[in-house]
Design a protein around this ligand. Structure first.
Ligand SMILES: Cc1cc2nc3c(=O)[nH]c(=O)nc-3n(C[C@H](O)[C@H](O)[C@H](O)COP(=O)(O)OP(=O)(O)OC[C@H]3O[C@@H](n4cnc5c(N)ncnc54)[C@H](O)[C@@H]3O)c2cc1C
Length: 535
């Protein structure tokens, strides 16, 4: 059944909400010096207009759908379904490697080729008999040691660890983790035992000692059940060639309830965060000034830029306005400064959304037949039904049947090389996610990069024969990839909705305010400013 739109709001309420919104927005935006801006969320879908039609009109670049259609489909169909879907038990638990474990199993040689030297050999320590003591001492050293500021060249030879070596703090192949995270909100809340899906709980109580269940540092800690994927029937243990993590490695895995760990402001900022973005953009996905390069090569840049926009939008949508009072709200100055004032970043968000949506609909038959069993039959039926509503949605099929046409973009003689090049760059980006110095940011960074890798895997998985049957036979996805894919789509859908709803008003006021400030400056001040600017 299609989601119904509540049309019961009277027009009076619409106008009242609109007027109140405009007043609050004007007040909030008047002070550019104010560090943050918070507004009540505008939930009335009739109280906003479309994004500036001159900036965002026509077909989304390299896609097959226009901005207006994307907004309407997202609002009426995709966003409501996705919001429900990500709350289901199947989609809310994400498997990730345990944080700060001291020993890591060696990846396969093919993986190791894509890993790079850690910044210093001293960050890798032999494991002696008394591993615990040495680990503590070594961690203390790692904390004190200043992190090298230079980026290690991504092409440097890889340092293969023997299984008896220890890697400190994290798996970052480029720099040691520098603990730049400031807030408790950076850390991830793992799942308490009573939240796991039933099949997981069964093997949990049989296989693990009660010590694994104790809470550490006041946070609920979940023990790892390595049989979980076997409990979720029908899912394969296969590796994703687009990502750096070895997804077949089931050791040392914990489960995180994504609903308890929303992507939002964490306080992670400064050189550590900047270094990651710089490394991604400069080393792995150059932006190529428009017109200089072919569209295929710009894909990766557009995807990452779109993801970056989405992360910034989530930070702006859920920001810590007052740390002392633990007051959270929207920071619309940040939304404008980081995203809206650069129309390309908004366009890249829409591009990313459509590419991921295309991957999901391309794999519709595969995803429809997958097992969504978690032991809670009522919830599992709901998950299946939501998936079907999304995958075979008549409104979506009528308005935007092929959101992105991958065949048009990367067919041709260079296709295999392009795929390999993209894969190599994408794996580097995936490896960089291990260097994100904030646990919650790393969780969402890794999840979303895995989601993008899964989308690319689907889009590149069929050569020539585009039939659903062929895709079903060729494609192999694992459970975590599907969870990442659908959660990524939901994040992008949230971002598109937020920008669509808030963008026009924020832009109007911010741009009006900027021009008013410019006009207030006297000719002397302007002359002085230009002299200072030139010095
Ligand atoms: C993987 C990852 C996940 C993160 N998750 C979170 C999180 O959940 N919560 C949180 O509070 N912080 C998170 N951060 C930090 C956050 O993204 C910013 O780095 C931080 O808030 C500092 O912002 P900034 O103003 O310095 O600009 P940044 O966002 O760090 O941007 C750095 C530079 O990149 C360029 N740039 C910015 N946006 C785009 C774009 N859309 N397209 C192209 N270029 C762009 C600009 O030149 C900009 O100066 C994350 C960082 C990373 C690397």
């Amino acid at each position: 059944m299609e989601p119904r739109i509540n049309k019961s709001h009277g027009s009076r309420w619409v106008w009242a909400a609109g007027a109140l919104f405009a007043i609050l927005l004007a007040i909030a935006l008047t002070s550019r010096n104010a560090p943050v801006i918070s507004l009540p969320s505008l939930s009335n879908k009739h109280g906003h207009c479309d994004l500036d039609s001159t900036k965002y009109s026509g077909i989304v670049e390299d896609c097959c759908c226009d901005y207006q259609t994307v907004d309407h489909l997202n609002e009426d169909v995709l966003h409501p379904i996705l919001q429900e879907l990500v709350k289901t038990p199947f989609f809310r638990y994400f498997k990730r490697e345990e944080e700060r474990r001291e020993e890591k199993r060696e990846k396969s040689p093919s993986r190791a080729r894509h890993r790079h030297s850690p910044p210093s050999q001293s960050a890798v320590v032999e494991v002696p008999e008394r591993r615990e003591t040495v680990k503590r001492e070594a961690l203390a050293v790692a904390r004190l040691r200043p992190s090298p500021s230079s980026l290690f060249p991504l092409g440097s030879p890889s340092l293969l660890k023997s299984p008896t070596q220890v890697k400190l703090w994290c798996d970052c192949p480029f720099w040691p983790d520098d603990g730049m995270c400031r807030l408790r909100d950076c850390s991830v809340c793992e799942c308490p035992e009573n939240e796991f899906p039933e099949p997981f709980k069964r093997s949990f109580s049989h296989g693990l000692s009660p010590d694994d269940l104790v809470c550490q540092e006041g946070k609920p800690h979940a023990a790892v059940d390595r049989t979980i994927d076997k409990a979720f029937k029908g899912w394969l243990e296969i590796d994703n060639p687009w990502t750096n993590d070895d997804e077949t490695n089931n050791d040392e895995m914990t489960y995180v309830n994504l609903q308890l760990n929303p992507e939002r402001y964490t306080g992670y900022t400064g050189p550590s965060a900047r270094r990651i973005w710089d490394a991604i953009y400069t080393e792995n996905c150059p932006s190529y000034p428009s017109g200089e390069c072919c569209p295929e090569k710009r894909i990766l840049y557009k995807l990452i830029s779109g993801l970056h926009s989405s992360i910034s939008i989530h930070i702006a949508a859920d920001y810590l306005l007052d740390e002392a009072k633990n007051l959270w709200g929207q920071n619309l100055t940040l939304l404008y400064d980081r995203v809206l004032r650069y129309p390309d970043r908004v366009r890249n968000l829409y591009f990313n959304f459509l590419l991921v949506l295309r991957a999901v609909t391309k794999a519709a038959d595969y995803l429809e037949q997958a097992e969504y069993e978690t032991g809670n039959s009522e919830e599992d039926l709901k998950t299946q039904s939501l998936m079907r509503r999304l995958l075979y949605n008549s409104k979506l099929q009528a308005a935007c049947p092929v959101p992105f046409d991958e065949a048009k973009l990367w067919k041709g003689q260079s296709e295999p090389e392009l795929k390999q090049e993209l894969q190599r760059q994408f794996r580097n980006i995936s490896a960089l996610m291990d260097c994100v110095g904030c646990e919650k940011c790393r969780l969402w960074g890794k999840l979303q990069v895995l989601g993008l890798g899964t989308a690319l895997k689907i889009l590149f998985s069929v050569d020539g024969d585009e039939s659903h049957e062929s895709l079903r036979q060729t494609l192999q996805l694992q459970r975590n990839e599907v969870i990442a894919l659908m959660n990524l789509l939901n994040r992008l859908s949230e971002s598109v909705k937020f920008v669509h709803e808030m963008g026009p008003s924020v832009e109007t006021i911010m741009e009006g305010q900027i021009s008013a400030t410019t006009n207030q400056i006297s000719p002397w001040q302007r002359m002085w400013a230009s002299l200072v600017g030139q010095s």
